[in-house]
Write a protein that binds this ligand. Sequence first.
Ligand code: GLN
Length: 286
Amino acid sequence: MNQHKISEVLADAKKEFDIANKQDSEVDARWLLAELLGCSMTELTLLQEKTLSDEIYLSFMNLIRRRLSGEPLQHILGYQNFYGYDFKVNGHVLIPRFETEELVEKAISIIKEKRMKDVIDMCCGSGCIGITLLKECADIHVYGVDVSNEAISITQENGLNLDVSDRLTLYESDLFLELPQLSVDMIISNPPYICTETIHGLSIEVKDREPNLALDGGIDGLDFYRRIVVEGKPYLKEGGYLLFEIGHDQMEAVCRLMEENNYQNVKGYKDLSGNDRMVIGHKQVR
Ligand code: GLN
């Protein structure tokens, strides 16, 4: 029987990644092994001299093969951590991105400062935005909306897993078309915003493994902003806030769209990497 010493198994996985020219996936090998062993990454570094059973070794090599074939780490693990919470993900929803945590952070401070109660998470996908708001703001109710019923199922499951489903109402709807007449303090959205033409230039793992529906924002990437700015307004209370995540080159256009539709104090914000990332404004108070 072969001895599968952990340090050697990881070195073998690294070689495989090198051959496939996927050096940046090397750390994924450690994630996958830690997951299989049910330990943390730190604990794994202390186990380097230990050996794996044949069974664990074979399972590990199987996961490595899936990763080498281009399956995203999060699909293999089945989850992505967002704002400290684990969200179930699969090929039907966008994998939550770290940049989106910054939008959520802004939303939390506005909700707390203005003592808001009701929030729409438009294009909720995995539910990472709305559910995180529910975890962080005890008194609010979130209405999650997505056009994909598979995405709605994932949001529902994440709401149950994270124990907030009593404050979460979900609608399968093309933006506002199928919604009842709600009146909310905030609409927050990370809508699809990639220009149709540039999708083919994204990495294979994104364009082939994440849903086109969650990425494609139309010819200029602005289709969803155009509609949400107009169609969302009747759903906002006076003074209610609209928060968007945007692409790095969309700040001017999205600010203009909101201003043209009479939103007040419209401002753009950068993310921690210095890229334009968010636009926030509020409905006028008469
Ligand atoms: N709201 C989800 C997220 O931010 C999904 C976004 C989307 O599908 N465009 O991850």
